[in-house]
Design a protein around this ligand. Structure first.
Ligand SMILES: Nc1ncnc2c1ncn2[C@@H]1O[C@H](COP(=O)(O)OP(=O)(O)OP(=O)(O)O)[C@@H](O)[C@H]1O
Ligand SMILES: [Mg+2]
Length: 280
């Protein structure tokens, strides 16, 4: 279990706090999504959990032990797939894996064996001899995931693992992440694809302006808002209304007198409503 307690971060010279009193518990084996707009503090939070950035105040504990840069034993449990592609482009896929394995201090034989398995698992085994430069965006993301798994972590932290990928490539990565969750890994991830977070994450938290506002399962968030969505076409704009029961929704349609579309509410609706943005 990861416990984030009252974590605050102010970067040197920054006027505002990047994170303010963030507290979150992430259970072992769960897939947890951190959702928020640009600049909300998602990457900062992930960087603190992976000790790349130090908090100004507050603490992170993993299985009851306080995380710090010195606690290599705790850090070993966690791997990070960063938002930006961080691979030496002139190295081959096999070399990227080997270098990483050496940095983790793994024996050569084990590096070879695990690399093969992980490149198979991520679907880029046939690219082992290509340079990273010769990989597509999706293949580079897969390589970053394969590399992060080399140390056999218990917790995989992924900062926008599918950003910029086409729907097919995104689906492949999400399927891979579901596979890892089924193997017992704890996943902590951020994404701007709310629909995808809804289908993969057991729980999500909304973050905005450095503060976490809601923590719940996607299903609870949707039913708390109202699972019946009605889009009303009001001139140039579409406005969505949410209802907890079919009766309420029907009553609204009868009195509205405008063209409407009835559908199921989604986590994206909850997100847009909470983040104060209207559809359209
Ligand atoms: N190294 C830094 N120095 C100063 N300020 C920073 C630094 N990194 C981030 N910030 C600021 O902290 C805030 C949170 O940034 P962060 O990168 O954590 O957001 P994010 O939610 O990951 O955004 P995005 O969705 O765009 O990736 C922003 O206001 C950002 O400008
Ligand atoms: Mg970010």
């Amino acid at each position: 279990m990861i416990q984030i307690k009252d974590v605050t971060k102010k970067y040197p010279k920054a006027r505002k706090y990047a994170l303010e009193n963030v507290s979150l518990d992430i259970n072992t084996g769960e897939a947890f999504g951190i959702l928020g707009p640009n600049g909300a503090g998602k990457t900062t939070l992930m960087s603190i959990i992976t000790t790349l950035v130090l908090p100004t105040a507050g603490s992170v504990t993993v299985d009851g032990e306080k995380l710090s840069r010195q606690r290599i034993d705790i850090k070993k449990k966690i791997s990070f797939v960063t938002q930006h592609i961080s691979i030496r482009k002139d190295m081959t896929v096999a070399e990227v894996m080997e270098l990483s394995g050496r940095l983790y201090g793994l024996p050569g034989k084990m590096i070879k064996k695990r690399s093969m398995q992980l490149l198979e698992f991520t679907g880029i085994a046939d690219k082992a001899k290509s340079t990273a430069r010769g990989l597509s965006g999706g293949q580079q993301r897969k390589l970053m995931i394969a590399r992060a798994l080399l140390s056999d972590p218990e917790i995989l932290v992924l900062d926008e693992p599918t950003v910029g990928l086409d729907p097919h490539a995104r689906r492949k990565i999400w399927d891979m992440l579901i596979g890892l969750k089924l193997k017992g890994l704890t996943l902590l991830l951020t994404t701007h694809y709310i629909e995808e977070a809804e289908s993969v994450c057991d729980r999500v938290a909304f973050i905005s302006g450095g503060r976490v506002s809601d923590i719940d399962t996607p299903a609870n968030m949707i039913s708390d808002m109202g699972s019946f969505a009605i889009d009303v076409f009001e001139g140039e704009r579409t406005k969505s209304y949410f209802f907890k029961s079919a009766e309420e929704a029907e009553g609204f349609i009868k009195t509205s007198g405008k063209p409407v579309k009835v559908r199921d509410s989604t986590l994206e609706d909850v997100f847009l409503k909470k983040m104060g943005t209207e559809l359209g």
